[in-house]
Write a protein that binds this ligand. Structure first.
Ligand code: AMP
Length: 234
């Protein structure tokens, strides 16, 4: 796929349960359209690693597989979206995750972030990745990431060439996310059912939700997402 780096795209919201492939697809869309991936999970993990005030507040909540409170997450997202690299558009991955966050995002796009210097559309393209439950479990338990370059693997579906080592020349040992442990997976899926499903319902009610079958091969899912984006801008 040739990269496109000139026109405005999105904003795009990727919805779906943990393990649906939001991060993987967001990275592919980011590369294709040259717009940044704004992953609230990654931003929070960065804060935890840096030991910031936000990171200290979020660490224990994340380790339990629960959601960090709306105020902290929304503030963090506002700061990130004000960065100049989001002017042509961005992909939200893992946000909004509660009905309050979805309402907050609509208000932000309506009032604060849409000015003449930003060619992005006010309303996001909302894409939901739907995945079978057993597939989700395999995706979460098999997920490994490289702490050096961020590349994501899955020991069941896309194993690295050498066991537990990144394929790139640095060959860093791969890591399992703290909250991908079995005992944390169930609370994360419960948080999704109870708090994030209403977000999909909210977008559905307002006619903005487009569902994609996330069980399809990765390339097919990417093609479908690109088609949705193209149709939206046609
Ligand atoms: P993720 O990488 O998207 O699976 O997120 C990892 C963890 O970060 C989640 O289990 C939550 O604890 C926290 N988190 C990420 N995004 C949000 C959000 N939008 N609202 C609240 N908590 C979040």
């Amino acid at each position: 796929m040739a990269q496109e780096t000139s026109r405005a795209v999105g904003p795009i919201v990727l919805l779906g349960p943990p393990g649906a492939g939001k991060g993987t697809q967001a990275k592919r869309i980011m590369e294709h359209y040259g717009i940044p991936q704004v992953s609230t999970g990654d931003l929070l993990r960065e804060n935890v690693n840096l030991g910031t005030e936000l990171g200290l507040a979020a660490k224990a909540v994340m380790a339990r597989g629960e959601l960090v409170c709306d105020d902290l997450v929304c503030n963090m997202v506002r700061q990130r979206l004000l960065q100049p690299d989001t002017k042509r558009g961005y992909i939200l991955d893992g946000f909004p995750r509660t009905a309050a966050q979805a309402g907050w995002l609509d208000a932000l796009l309506d009032h604060e972030l849409f000015d003449n210097s930003r060619p992005t559309r006010a309303w996001p393209i909302v894409i939901s990745l739907d995945v079978d439950y057993n597939q989700l479990l395999l995706r979460i338990t098999g997920r490994r990431s490289c702490p050096t370059c961020g590349r994501i693997y899955n020991v069941h579906f896309q194993p690295p060439r050498e066991d537990e080592r990144c394929d790139l020349p640095h060959g860093t040992k791969l890591e399992t996310r703290n909250d991908d442990r079995l005992e944390v997976i169930q609370p994360r899926l419960t948080a999704y059912q109870e708090q994030t499903r209403p977000v999909a319902d909210y977008y559905q009610r307002t006619g903005r939700l487009i569902s994609v079958n996330g069980d399809l091969p990765m390339d097919d899912v990417t093609d479908q997402i690109c088609r949705i984006i193209e149709d939206h801008h046609a």
